[in-house]
Design a protein around this ligand. Sequence first.
Ligand code: F6R
Length: 600
Amino acid sequence: MCGIVGYIGQQDSKEVLLTGLEKLEYRGYDSAGIALLNQDGVNLFKVKGRIAALKEEVDQDVHATMGIGHTRWATHGEPSVDNAHPHQSTSGRFTLVHNGVIENYQDLKREYLQDVTFKSETDTEVVVQLIEKFYQTNQDTLASFRQTMELLKGSYAIAMIDNEDSDTLYVSKNKSPLLVGLGNDFNVVASDAMATLKVTDQYLEIHDKEIVIVNRESVTIQKLDGTVLERSPYTAQIDASDIEKGTYPHFMLKEIDEQPIVMRKIIKEYQNDNNELKLDENIRTAMKAADRIYIIAAGTSYHAGLVGKEFIEKLAKIPVEVHVASEFSYNMPLLSEKPLFIFISQSGETADSRAVLVSIKEMGHPALTITNVPGSTLSREADYTLHLYAGPEIAVASTKAYTAQIAVLAILAVDTARAKGLELDFDPMQELAIVANAMDVLTAQKEEIEQLATDYLATSRNAFFIGRSADYNVALEGSLKLKEISYIQAEGFAGGELKHGTIALIEKGTPVIALATQENVNYSIRGNVQEVVARGANAMIVSMKGLEQDDDAFVLPKVHELLTPLASVVPLQLLAYYAALHRGCDVDKPRNLAKSVTVE
Ligand code: F6R
């Protein structure tokens, strides 16, 4: 969701800005722009649409050693050139890009900016106009920038140029991610290190409500009151090749294929030389102390949480509630006496989850974040972090992060069970190794799955995914994958629930994808399939070796019953991928979606 790149140095900034914005495309956006400052002043280029269009719009003859760029995911005002960033103050002196949502922008407009004519419908323009308004009185850019930041409520990451000062980028953030990257004779600003990895791997974290003055040769971090802070840089742990597609046509396909590698990486990282589970002792203590666990997450991560609930309850014998983050804050259940909160988030930046984290920390409860990005906001603000080791996930549709989340939750559940002295007949590392081999087999069956996508989903407007017990959780994820990238209206249902209403939607040819990987419900889910077939559905069954029947469309290799979601989700991911591909959809960047959802 929205991305920022800034550059100040000796070279022409266009290349760094445009390449950086391309690297941020995965976050989701609908318009883009850059501002370049040179001896002629600020040169502004903005488009509705993709970076490819922006590249054509930018005048290649404009050279500037300083600039800011932005990808916008519309919140206030439709996607348009007027609403695209960068935004400028009325005089044109200040130019600014912003991620996030300024919650009090209407109040600020009313109180300070009654006489200003606005050029856009955005909350962002209020920020840049305010800076100019304060400048008219104090004639000091830094003071005006600071005064404005003090007034803002909500989430923001901001980079600003003053066209009278070609040696400073003014930067600040609150709740939205932003980093400063350090180079020789240059510095950069980015929402995500991936944007600028090509030019530096040295980064400085910016904390909420800090102001950063970025010059060519130096970076100064200040508190809002002006106190200067010292901070050491860190080296970004991302390999530049991890964020390239290589020979793959899409990141999603690459990331589906990477799942067996990720399983093996998790096995390696969570095991010591004596083959014992390797987890932070503090996490072990926190898990043991909890009388109830509250898992908070959104979308695919929420679906992983549903699978994790089963692990923790069955293996570690601790009751678990799984909550959609955006609902939890407004409808908080009665909490137990010793709750432990687990936040599951690929990006570690999801605003809905963060809102819950902030409120439960205020209540004094402990929190563990399970994330793919250890330096992310949710990771920094929780007491403990478990890393997914999945490598950057670029496709908007989450695949390898989902399976990594489930694998880490299985390890956590077993570790807790052992710490509690419970006897288990389940070796997670051995079973995950079997899963990794099964994933190798599954990802090699692309042609077969592509054919199923053609047979079942080529022309359908809607589709149903059904399952019982653990399969129901995967049905939810399978349907989310299909709808988000192919735009086929898809729903996941508990097999037994269809007859209580939804079966009314089944008509001739309606695709129904049924999962049958659980022995105790194998016959009942097949009964549900018969019910829909009797009403004309075009049903396919995905079963597991040992439970299969002759007409099953696809049979998964056998894995431990608890871990079946790790195998059954793979053909569903591929089914969604091929359905989207055949419909000509933009697989990696589906419409209206953002990878990192940093607004509530
Ligand atoms: C779907 C998808 C989203 C995310 C959700 C939470 O494929 O990726 O549903 O799972 O936006 O994001 P994270 O996990 O980053 O908190």
